[in-house]
Design a protein around this ligand. Structure first.
Ligand SMILES: NC(=O)c1ccc[n+]([C@@H]2O[C@H](COP(=O)([O-])OP(=O)(O)OC[C@H]3O[C@@H](n4cnc5c(N)ncnc54)[C@H](OP(=O)(O)O)[C@@H]3O)[C@@H](O)[C@H]2O)c1
Length: 306
């Protein structure tokens, strides 16, 4: 069995060694143009040329949860596209979102600033019943985040494409219930995949429907958010702030206003990192299952885009 490794921005040797240990009977090599046909591919943002040359793949394993970069390519039609299913990312996402939420809700950023200026300040406690948290996307990551937020006794709302029933979460589904979801939300968390339907979803019209003093946490993809619409709503006072981990252009360009906006916290696409050992174990297990003819989880519906 041949496995071709083609991952941008990734040091190949430790991955190749890890796969070598997990699948000792396979040949796994970093892709170079003109390589022999492989059975499986392990990829992150591969070039179109890789797909054009590797037309015989049985499955393409993406080493992240979001497959938006892959969906832009012409893929071998028979190849399954498989995303990472949690792989240690869900707990990281829960940590990140709870941190951003609580830092905002408890005004820890303001206290930090006061302390830096030598001020022993007092702020009136906020009521968590007045701070409903709405999570767009109730998939592998969104559901885990919803559970974590609910542990802190915030009212939790969730929005997905199909109807869901999750304990402790008021679930909304589809276009028809989107307005009610937004109007009931003060802190909006984006955990949607990037698809033609969800691109620019956090625009002026939708963000204006959040409760006054709303807060935005974007941990999905930069293109979910219309940057200038967020800034206008922060400057008008309708929104109180935002924590952003993902951007339309990454790294965030030097002159981008998000760097210096006083109501925006920026992190460098770090909310949930791919963990190498967990990812190798998951992909190796799925390759073995496919070789035995068994079904696997995490197969992307290419027509739907996630
Ligand atoms: N910042 C980071 O470091 C980082 C790390 C990992 C992932 N991510 C991002 O997080 C995203 C979510 O990951 P995941 O593993 O949770 O994905 P997932 O399991 O595929 O879940 C996606 C969720 O979004 C919902 N959804 C999709 N299209 C929708 C639409 N048009 N309207 C309403 N709901 C819609 C789905 O609804 P149904 O349940 O009804 O299908 C599902 O609940 C990834 O695609 C990636 O972009 C970011």
């Amino acid at each position: 069995m041949r496995i071709s490794f083609c991952c941008a921005h990734t040091k190949a040797p430790p991955w190749l060694e890890g796969f070598g240990r997990a699948l000792p009977h396979a040949t796994i090599e970093e892709w170079v143009t003109g390589d022999a046909p492989a059975d499986y591919a392990v990829v992150w943002s591969p070039p179109q040329q890789f797909m054009d040359e590797q037309q015989g793949l049985k499955a393409i394993f993406n080493i992240g949860a979001g497959v938006d970069a892959l969906m832009k390519l012409r893929l071998p039609p028979q190849a399954l596209v498989v995303r990472i299913d949690d792989g240690g990312m869900a707990v990281q996402m829960a940590e990140y979102v709870c941190h951003a939420l609580i830092r905002h809700f408890r005004e820890l950023d303001c206290y930090e600033d006061d302390v830096r200026h030598g001020a022993w300040s007092y702020r009136k406690p906020r009521r968590r019943e007045e701070c409903p948290v709405g999570i767009m996307g109730l998939g592998v990551l969104g559901e885990r985040v919803a559970q974590a937020v609910a542990q802190f006794e915030f009212p939790v709302l969730g929005w997905s494409r199909g109807a869901k029933d999750l304990p402790g979460v008021r679930c909304f589904a589809g276009e028809a219930q989107f307005d009610a979801f937004l109007r009931g939300t003060r802190v909006l968390v984006c955990l949607l995949p990037l698809t033609p339907e969800t691109r620019n979803i956090m625009n002026a019209a939708n963000l204006s429907r959040l409760m006054p003093g709303g807060y935005v946490i974007n941990v999905a993809r930069g293109a979910h958010l219309v940057d200038e619409d967020l800034i206008a709503l922060l400057d008008s006072g309708h929104l109180a702030g935002a924590t952003l981990d993902v951007f339309r252009t990454e790294p965030l360009p030097e002159k981008h206003p998000f760097w210096t906006h006083p109501k925006i916290t920026v992190t460098p696409h770090t909310s949930a990192r791919t963990l190498r050992d967990e990812t190798i174990a998951q992909i190796a297990g799925k390759i073995q299952a496919l070789e035995r003819g068994e079904p696997i989880a995490g197969v992307v519906d290419v027509g739907r885009g996630y």
